[in-house]
Each structure stands twice: as C-alpha cells, then as structure tokens.
Design a protein around this ligand. Structure first.
Ligand code: FES
Ligand SMILES: [Fe+2]
Length: 444
C-alpha cells in the first residue's frame, strides 16, 4: 500500500495556512560577510538536515559515498547490520581524511597516513603497534565521529546536530507525503553536475523562492508554464520550508498568439491529442486538462507505472519545494530536479557550489531522456558527477539565465548603495526564508 497517496481529483496542492511574516528587512551582510558565513555554518549548516546523495549508491554492506558541505567531508556507509551511518571524514588518530573517493566500496576503511583501520560501523579495529600506546590500545575504544543519517525517498540525508528533530518532523507531514508520492526511490539520477559559481548560496535559493523574475529572465518558459502569479500558488510552510505550484503543459496567460509551441505540441501528440484542435488562445486552457485525462487513461498501459496514484495536477504540473536551507526539489510528471547551492569550501561568501541533479523513473522501452542541461538526450542510467566552473559549460537554459544574474546581484548587494526594502506578495517565500534564517542565526 502506498502511504503517500494523494486525493486523485486534486487540481493543485492543498493550500495551507500561511506562516506569519514579520517583514524583517534583508541585510546585505548575509551575502557578503565572511564573519556572517562562519556564524551561519555553526547555527544553520550544523543544525539542519541536508541531502547527501542517492540511496542506491549505498545499497550493499560496505558501499559508501562521501559528500562535501563547505569545508567538511562526510562519509555515508552501509554497515553489516544494514544501517546507513554517516561519519566525519576525519581520522580519530591525527585527523587525516580516510576516504578519498566520492563513491566506493570498503570492507573496512584504512587511513592512508599511519594505517589505522575502521569498521563500517565506525569502530577502530586495527592500529599498527597498538602495544606502543601507554594508555592502552585505541582499538575498540576510539571511534569515528558519527552524525545523524537517514534514508528517505531514496535519498540519503545527514544532520551534524545529534540533538536534532527527526527528518520527518523537520520536513513536516505535508512535504513528506507530497514528495513521497513521486517515488524517487524508483528513480535513477541521470545527471549530476556541480558548478563552482560566483555568488553566495542564498542568491540561488532566493531565485528559486520566487517566480516574479520568470517573465523577465525566462521568457522561453512562457509557452509551457504558467508564470503569472495570479494563477500560481505559493505557500510558506510552518516548518520553515516553502512550496510553489505552477500549472504547466499549458501556455501561460502571458503568451501572445494562437500557436501551441512545438515542444508542447510534441508532448500532446505523444498522448494522441491533436494540437490543431487546441489552436487559438481560448482553447489553450483546455490543453492541461486534456493531457491529465489522457495520461490517466493511457499512462499505465504505456508503461508510465509511476503515474499510479497520481492526483490530476501531478500529471502536468511543476511544484518546487524549497527545503530550508538549500534543497530545492522541483517535481514534474516524469522526473525530479534538485537545484542545490552549497557554501563554498574556501569559506568565501561570494562563491558557492551549485548542484544540478536530474532523476527519472525507468519506463520500459524508453532509453533516453531530454537533458535539462541542453545538448544530447541522456541515457537512463546513473550519471557520472561532472564538476565545472560556471561559464565553462551550460547548466541548462533556465539555470544559465538564473546564474547570469547571480554575479551581478552579488556585486550589487556588496555596494554601499544597497537598500533593503519590502518585497512583493509573490516574493513572500523569499521573505519567509530570510526570517527563518534570522531565527536560526539569533539562537545561541
Ligand atoms: S592520521 Fe589516520 S592513522 Fe594517523
Ligand atoms: Fe529562475
């Protein structure tokens, strides 16, 4: 039984009570100050749940991944008892990083410096010359330092705060149920790109917390996605996360002309709809509903097994979940994107690492999927991690358009002329994000 099932006739995600906003002004130092970034590390990053990777990389005993968060490296490994555990990648002897690869298999870990060895559950199991330790052998005494680690939605999550709330409590019941209904545990991550980017990580999360800029910066989306705030839904969730709903597979009311754009027409034909029947602006609003109906009727028989249990809106729409602080998860009918900025390992507040994952379900007879980063279609198999410097290569049209602004905004925020001001109602997820951030930063 699928515990994540939603009501099938929902036309949009359930509207929730809005969090109360204080209208805090958004200071510049949070984007520009190294002192602020150091405080933020302790008060935000060391206290929140973060995504580490795909659970299918750590299926068998001894399989592990390492993940970098700012200057830290964390190792997540499946132990002999079937549990996934996460450890700081720091040898308890003299601090050396003992795991050097991003993805691997180890019966036990061996530190490359003096050869201490650790089991996959973190015990020190071998120390060269153990009789030479006057206080007694470290074996069985000293352990790798462990942090919180959980598997949910086929993803691995970590938290450096051992007194933290559970992951489900942190995410909240609404997000757990809605994200769960996409069954990411059955998906393959076909793209995994990281771009070293010239802005503070929050410039990217701010960008994904509003769609006000879409009509100006992403005019190419208008033939497919509703970009006018009046027809979208933006929610600020009690747990501090945000959600944006965009009716899609439908031209926006901002689009001029009677044509159905080719990309959308191709999808319609795939579901036996004739785009000619929907010519004319008055007919455009019918496309989304017709696609929902066609997919409900024919999806499963065409092999789109992941449609099982979908609510109407899930067949067509994009929903963006901004999980505090930095996990931006966009779900669509046939795949999930993660767009995630991380603080830069150098500690420079004007830089970040920006990850772009594309996860898709396996569908019989379909071997490739269009790449959200442009270029040739991607084979539906686990993608290699590609690390680039921003500008060397496209991250995808929309992400490139967003990043084209990021450096300019970083520079403008560092100006003595920057004036904090109130935001539009449709930007309230940005406002909410900064108020949640202020709450974390004001705690001891
Ligand atoms: S630092 Fe790891 S064994 Fe010495
Ligand atoms: Fe954008």
């Amino acid at each position: 039984m699928n515990q994540y099932i939603l009501a099938s006739d929902l036309d949009r995600p359930v509207k929730l009570d809005e969090a109360e906003l204080r209208q805090d002004l958004i200071s510049a130092e949070r984007y520009t100050s190294a002192d602020y970034a150091r405080e933020e590390w302790k008060k935000v990053w060391m206290r929140t749940w973060n995504l580490a990777g795909m659970a299918y990389h750590v299926k068998e005993e001894g399989e592990y991944i390492t993940v970098d968060l700012a200057h830290e490296s964390i190792v997540c490994v499946r132990g002999a008892d079937g549990e996934i555990r996460a450890f700081y990648n720091s040898c308890p002897h003299r601090g050396t990083r003992f795991a050097a690869v991003e993805e691997g298999y180890a019966e036990k870990f061996t530190c490359p410096y003096h050869g201490w060895q650790f089991s996959t559950s973190g015990e020190t199991i071998f120390v060269p010359n153990e009789e030479d330790y006057a206080q007694g052998s470290p074996c069985g005494k000293k352990r790798l330092k462990e942090i919180q680690c959980r598997e949910l939605f086929g993803l691995i999550w970590i938290n450096m705060d051992n007194d933290c709330a559970s992951l489900e409590e942190f995410l909240g019941e609404q997000i757990v149920r809605e994200l769960g209904s996409y069954h990411m545990e059955n998906m393959v991550r076909v793209m995994n790109m990281t771009a070293d980017s010239p802005c503070n990580w929050k410039i990217i999360t701010d960008n994904f917390n509003e769609a006000y800029h879409v009509q100006v910066l992403h005019p190419g989306l208008i033939p497919y996605i509703e970009a006018n705030y009046k027809n979208c839904q933006f929610d600020t969730l009690a747990e501090g996360h945000n959600r944006g709903w965009f009716p899609s597979h439908n031209p926006s009311i901002l689009q001029d002309g009677d044509e159905v754009a080719e990309h959308l027409a191709a999808i319609m034909r795939q579901w036996d709809l004739d785009p000619e029947d929907y010519h004319g602006r008055e007919n455009h609003p019918k496309i989304r509903k017709a696609l929902q109906q066609a997919k409900r009727e024919k999806g499963i028989e065409k092999g789109y097994l992941h449609y099982e249990g979908y609510a109407d809106y899930q067949f067509t729409d994009y929903i963006i979940y901004n999980i505090f602080p930095n996990s931006v998860i966009t779900v669509g009918p046939d795949g999930v994107q993660l767009l995630r900025p991380r603080p830069h390992p150098s500690g420079d507040p004007a830089r970040c690492l920006f990850d772009h994952w594309w996860m898709v379900p396996e569908i019989e007879g379909i071997t490739h999927t269009p790449s959200p980063a442009g270029g040739p279609d991607l084979p539906i198999e686990d993608g290699e991690h590609e690390v680039i410097v921003y500008g060397e290569k496209s991250l995808g049209t929309t992400a490139d358009e967003d990043l084209s602004i990021a450096k300019m905004q970083q520079e403008g925020l560092a100006s003595a002329g920057y004036q904090p001001f109130y935001l539009a109602h449709q930007e309230r997820r940005v406002q909410r994000f900064h108020e949640v951030l202020n709450d974390y930063m004001s705690k001891d």
